[in-house]
Design a protein around this ligand. Structure first.
Ligand SMILES: [Zn+2]
Length: 323
């Protein structure tokens, strides 16, 4: 089968390897789609965040949708032909869904989940990042009347936007430098700010009568947006940091103190996040199709990663190992 290996910074190769054999506790999954996550890009580039994870060489793929083709004799929860997602510990294992087949060991102990027929494999591959967004949402619990600012319209920011809108929140401001991503945000109901051309501070002040927003989601992981999160959130407002930071940023702790801000780091705040993700997709409250900007076959993994590296032209890039 074909299998992707990242050997080092921007060194990615597609190799021919044996289809994994499975033990009595394992399952084998035919991978239909695997998304390139921000964390995969950090690894591909080899920046500060990327390097502190599992060492090279590694595969990295964890946002997958696939179909079970073989099941070990002791496995109880999963059956052949189940459509599945989740269950990979990418931080620790650096394993393995950028491949035609994926072996998941000790399948019953891992949070592999079955996906209903109505949800496509392309959508299934985005359930993991959607769950990240749902966790961020429940960490802050924005109220219907809150004004929300989302900094960065990558897949997480776009899922958060839709989750806030589905809650009935009217004013969701999204600031983004990529015209392509900003377009998608506007289509999904955001008040868009083109951070490449407009003065973000001025626009947010104008939109909030000079008060600032109640809730900010920092989804860009960049130095200027982290500062904006602190400066554009109103007194007693809440900030959720929901990105990975490859550069250190300088924020003024005195500003957090004097404004009585609450700053959350990303964590698993949502209960039943998987069930909520499935429900939101089935009820059309979260659309994942508009987030897919590119699809590549597995052989073009290098090109796929290079495109994913350019937020100006891409949103979610999917690798499609099998048809
Ligand atoms: Zn991910």
């Amino acid at each position: 089968m074909k299998y992707v290996v990242i050997y080092g910074s921007r060194d990615i190769r597609v190799e021919d390897v044996a289809v994994p054999t499975i033990g009595p506790e394992d399952v084998l999954i035919k991978v239909k789609a695997c998304g390139i996550c921000g964390s995969d890009i950090h690894r591909y580039v080899g920046d500060r965040f990327g390097r502190r994870l599992a060492p090279y060489p590694l595969n990295s793929g964890h946002e997958y949708g696939g179909i079970v083709t073989r099941v070990g004799k002791n496995v109880k929860r999963i059956k052949v032909d189940d459509r599945v997602t989740l269950g990979l510990n990418w931080v620790r294992d650096g394993m393995g869904a950028f491949a035609e087949y994926l072996r998941i060991p000790n399948a019953d102990e891992r949070p592999i989940r079955k996906v209903p027929e109505e949800i496509s494999f392309n959508e299934a591959a985005q359930i993991e990042p959607l769950i990240v967004a749902l966790n961020g949402f429940w960490g802050v619990k924005p109220a219907v009347t809150d004004r929300v600012l989302i900094l960065g319209a990558g897949p997480i920011g776009l899922c958060l936007l839709q989750r806030c809108r589905s809650e009935g929140i009217e004013d969701v401001i999204v600031s983004e430098i990529s015209p392509r991503r900003l377009d998608v945000a506007r289509q999904l109901g955001a008040i868009g700010i083109d951070a490449a051309k407009e003065d973000v501070e001025e626009r947010v002040h104008a939109l909030t009568d000079g008060e600032g927003v109640d809730v900010t989601f920092e989804c860009a992981g960049a130095v200027p947006t982290t500062k904006q999160a602190v400066s554009l959130t109103r007194r007693r407002g809440r900030i959720m940091l929901i990105a990975h930071y490859s550069k250190r940023t300088e924020i003024d702790p005195e500003e957090i103190v004097s404004k009585n801000l609450v700053v959350y780091g990303y964590g698993s705040y949502a209960e039943n996040a998987f069930e909520e993700a499935i429900r939101l997709i089935l009820e059309d409250k979260i659309q994942l199709k508009p987030l897919i900007s590119h699809e590549f076959p597995l052989e073009s993994a290098k090109e796929a990663f290079e495109v994913a590296l350019q937020p100006a032209i891409s949103v979610k890039v999917l690798v499609k190992p099998t048809v």
